[in-house]
Design a protein around this ligand. Structure first.
Ligand code: ZN
Length: 321
């Protein structure tokens, strides 16, 4: 399979949909995910295995997984908060599970009702379950509130790095850092990802940035400079954390793809087809705001993709095709 310089991991169907009250009907979800895949997105977090009473928006995750795993070359991820969720995700056929573990003790208790160390112990059990049931399934952790917490305020960097080291020791394949509450700045992002790589090496994973204060892309670029190659983002900037008040807005996928392609870094994603996926999202949720600067402004005159292709609208008129 062709590999790309940058892996854009679309989290809208999970992070985005869990943060809004409207429930997207399943057929719309399947269409949206298909459109994302057609645009070249190769990794999607399609839902979460949590009780439907907590997140009715994601109650259909098993069905969504069954559709997503039929799409060629797509890595299908689901978020799981506990052992039961991990088992359900593995049974549904996901390729990777992602587990949220908070660096902030206050957020951990509010969000997952467990201390950080209790979460590490549970992650260890989830790794053991994976090893027994489905050794091919990847286990990732996104360290949430890694850059600050609306409940606790400052989250010491040592806490984040020590937690990541404990998780690596517990057998997790990849550990990324999440700016759950939109508090990160680029200098902090550089420092923390550098320390993360020093301590856990190749297990250092994705950057999950929010755009709450307009620093989402700057923070992604800072992470890129520190060697991060997987970035979580959400189409139209949907998303946030329902348990961290005021934390809204994932980095916008459309803008992130534009930034990397314009920099000459291949994402494998076609921006014009991505706009068709955006239309599918908007049709499914007509009353929800969708964000993004690139969709508003359009591609720059003379834009070419990192792989040298010109946008179809332009190449089409040149070739009369
Ligand atoms: Zn998020």
């Amino acid at each position: 399979m062709k590999s790309f310089n940058v892996n854009i991991s679309e989290v809208g169907p999970r992070d985005g949909l869990q943060s809004i009250h409207t429930i997207m009907p399943t057929p719309y979800k399947l269409l949206w995910i298909s459109r994302l895949h057609e645009a070249g997105v190769r990794e999607i977090e399609v839902g979460s295995f949590v009780p439907a009473s907590l997140l009715p928006q994601l109650a259909d995750t098993a069905e969504v997984v069954r559709h997503a795993i039929s799409l060629n070359g797509l890595t299908v991820m689901a978020l799981v908060p506990n052992l039961k969720g991990a088992q359900a995700a593995i049974e549904a056929g996901v390729h990777r599970i992602t587990i949220p573990v908070s660096a902030s003790e206050a957020h951990s208790l509010a969000n997952l009702r467990r201390t950080r160390q209790a979460m590490v112990a549970q992650v260890r059990e989830m790794v053991a379950l994976r090893n027994t049931l489905a050794p091919h399934v990847g286990v990732e952790v996104g360290v949430s509130t890694a850059f600050g917490c609306t409940l606790q305020g400052l989250v010491p960097e040592d806490d984040v790095v020590r937690l990541a080291a404990d998780l690596a020791e517990a057998g997790v394949d990849e550990i990324g850092l999440s700016d759950t509450t939109g508090m990160a700045n680029p200098a902090q992002v550089r420092r923390l990802f550098r320390q993360l790589r020093e301590v856990i090496g190749a297990k250092a994973g994705a950057a999950h940035m929010h755009n709450t204060r307009g620093l989402g892309l700057a923070n992604c670029l800072a992470a890129w400079d520190e060697g991060v190659r997987t970035f979580d983002s959400s189409m139209g900037g949907l998303g946030g954390c329902p348990f961290a008040p005021g934390a809204s807005g994932n980095v916008v996928t459309e803008d992130l793809v534009f930034m990397f392609e314009a920099m000459g870094q291949d994402t494998g994603i076609d921006l014009e087809k991505l706009l068709l996926a955006r239309e599918a999202l908007h049709a499914a949720l007509p009353n929800e705001p969708v964000y993004g600067m690139t969709p508003e402004a359009g591609l720059t005159k003379g834009f070419v993709y990192a792989d040298g292709r010109a946008p179809r609208a332009l190449s089409g008129s040149a070739s009369h095709g």
